[in-house]
Design a protein around this ligand. Structure first.
Ligand SMILES: Nc1ncnc2c1ncn2[C@@H]1O[C@H](COP(=O)(O)OP(=O)(O)OP(=O)(O)O)[C@@H](O)[C@H]1O
Length: 527
């Protein structure tokens, strides 16, 4: 509550007088209570309410100094937001009036009175119109308006809170909700900054995850709007977060704060733990997960510059294409077919894509899938912002692999997979990239290649001169050398993969000339 507009008035003495006045009235009522019990119960409540109210005003006044605005905190015994940009305000919240030496008792009384006032305030809400009647009875006429005005503000404060609940699981979903996970990650960083005294710690993959305890509350400040976070357990293993703020900030919270949390959590995850490689094979339903420590990026990837540029642009368009996909009524997914001989950089390209987009990679080995429903459940579990990789998928459509175990045959699995990609199920998760790799595109099922399934075809071929230059820069930090011309000549006639060239350059990195001579000898030998 802000006193600023009434600063010139001597509130302290007035409140002190009112305090004794109301106390006197209560005593009077208590003695009068005999036959009119019900009516007087309300009077007593109102009297207590008024006393508490005056008392809090007095306390509140004692808590503020200089230009800091006065505030009334109800039922907040713990120090609040550490994120507060103004440390002076933060101190004021927990500091006891300087005038008193009985700090602890004041804090206790303050909390107790605040709670009492809240309860009574709720009661008064139900009494509603009688507020003025009560005021008539107990408060000197000249102070009634102010009292009612302040009481209404008090009641409104409670009434105008808006709460958003973010559940861990959506109905009929077996994966944790993205928003819930993002909130957990985001609040994990706030836990360290805040004043809360109890946290939960668990091992999350390779790292320790810190989450807020249920008894605690985190107050966050977003662009001047204060919000409160609470964690709750609805039933064992089922949690939710409650986000409470003033009703008038509803739009800002929904349109800016929650998207901001999603963004922050992505950045935090990428920074803290790196990308993940999840292996989906016999470990169903839980994938084996390791941190993807592949430093390959588009900077170091040795492919034709034009091709590199096209892929990067395509990925950027995809990442920013939420609205576009919605507008054209298509699931926000993209299919890549990468083909080329072994060692031409198919896996390196996938790692570069993951690093560029900040998406986890899911290595999908579907050869052990038992049934249609298992396949469906695996695919439905794949989260958003992920790259689903089907390496050497041509093996799946090989008709010579015969099912002898009663499992779903690879060919069937493959056709189900294709149906999943563009069928009704495809809309279940957004922002996913499907990557199919194969060494040879010849003889592939044409249904796979049809547009909509494979949006982008990338052919990675043998090492070209520009790819070699990139490799020479990566391994030898060379931009030019007299032997480059000779290498260029040889690469025009020799089929050598970037993996082979990289292998040669790695053998002798201390002397660039020796390394290049060895490479020339290797290429000569091949030709
Ligand atoms: N285009 C490339 N740019 C940079 N390095 C490359 C490239 N191609 C291959 N390499 C190097 O060769 C290694 C093997 O390449 P990679 O696994 O990406 O090839 P691949 O086409 O996926 O092979 P396979 O089909 O056998 O899985 C990589 O770790 C990398 O060091």
């Amino acid at each position: 509550m802000n006193f600023n507009g009434l600063a010139s008035f001597n509130w302290y003495s007035l409140i002190f007088k009112l305090f004794w006045y109301s106390l006197f009235n209560i005593i009077k009522i208590v003695f009068k209570t005999k036959n009119t019990k019900n009516r007087n119960r309300r009077r007593i409540k109102s009297g207590i309410l008024f006393m508490a109210f005056s008392y809090m005003k007095m306390m509140n006044r004692g808590c503020t100094h200089g230009s800091n605005p006065s505030r009334l905190f109800l039922g907040a015994p713990t120090p609040l937001n550490s994120h507060d940009p103004n440390p002076v305000n933060k101190t004021n919240r927990v500091r006891i009036p300087n005038a008193t030496h009985h700090a602890s008792s004041y804090v206790a009384s303050f909390a107790a009175f605040a709670m009492l006032t809240r309860n009574v305030a709720n009661d008064v809400l139900t009494v509603g119109k009688e507020l003025r009647t009560l005021a008539d009875e107990f408060i000197p006429r000249e102070y009634q308006d102010y009292y009612i005005h302040e009481m209404q503000k008090l009641l409104r404060k409670n009434d105008n809170e808006f709460t958003i609940v973010i559940d861990e699981y959506q109905p009929q979903s077996s994966t944790a909700d993205e928003m819930f996970k993002a909130v957990e990650t985001y609040l994990g960083t706030k836990v360290n900054e805040s004043c809360i005294r109890k946290v939960n710690v668990c091992k999350n993959n390779e790292t320790l995850a810190i989450t807020m305890n249920e008894d605690e509350e985190i107050v966050d400040d977003f662009d001047g709007v204060q919000v409160k976070w609470r964690s709750m357990t609805l039933q064992p293993g089922l949690r939710c977060y409650e986000l409470t703020f003033h009703n008038r900030h509803r739009c800002k919270i929904l349109e800016s704060y929650l998207p901001y949390i999603l963004e922050r959590s992505d950045a935090i995850k990428a920074k803290e733990s790196g990308l993940k490689l999840h292996m989906i094979d016999d470990g169903y339903p839980e994938p084996k997960t390791i941190v993807l420590d592949n430093p390959m990026t588009f900077k170091t990837l040795a492919i034709e510059p034009e091709l590199k540029k096209t892929v990067i642009e395509d990925l950027n368009n995809f990442k920013n294409g939420k609205e576009y996909y919605r507008r054209i009524g298509k699931a926000w997914k993209r299919g890549y077919l990468i083909h080329g001989p072994s060692g031409t950089g198919k896996s390196s390209l996938i790692a570069s894509m993951a690093n560029h987009l900040n998406y986890d990679i899911y290595d999908m080995d579907l050869t052990n899938v038992d049934s249609d429903s298992q396949l469906k459940s695996i695919l439905l579990k794949m989260p958003s912002k992920s790259i689903l990789v089907f390496e050497d998928f041509d093996q799946l459509q090989n008709p010579t692999i015969v099912d002898t175990t009663g499992k779903l045959s690879p060919k069937k699995t493959f056709s189900r997979l294709l149906n999943f990609m563009d069928g009704i199920w495809s809309c279940c998760r957004e922002e996913q990239i499907f990557v199919f790799t194969t060494k040879c595109i010849d003889g592939l099922d044409p249904t796979l290649l049809r547009p909509g399934r494979m949006d982008v075809h990338i052919h990675l071929s043998y090492c070209t001169f520009s790819a070699f230059k990139q490799l020479a820069f990566n391994y030898l930090e060379l931009e030019d050398h007299k032997l480059f011309e000779r290498v260029k000549e040889l690469l025009q006639s020799v089929n050598v993969t970037p993996a082979e060239v990289a292998g040669e350059l790695m053998k002798y990195t201390t002397d660039a000339t020796v390394s290049l001579e060895r490479l020339v000898a290797y290429l000569d030998n091949k030709s």
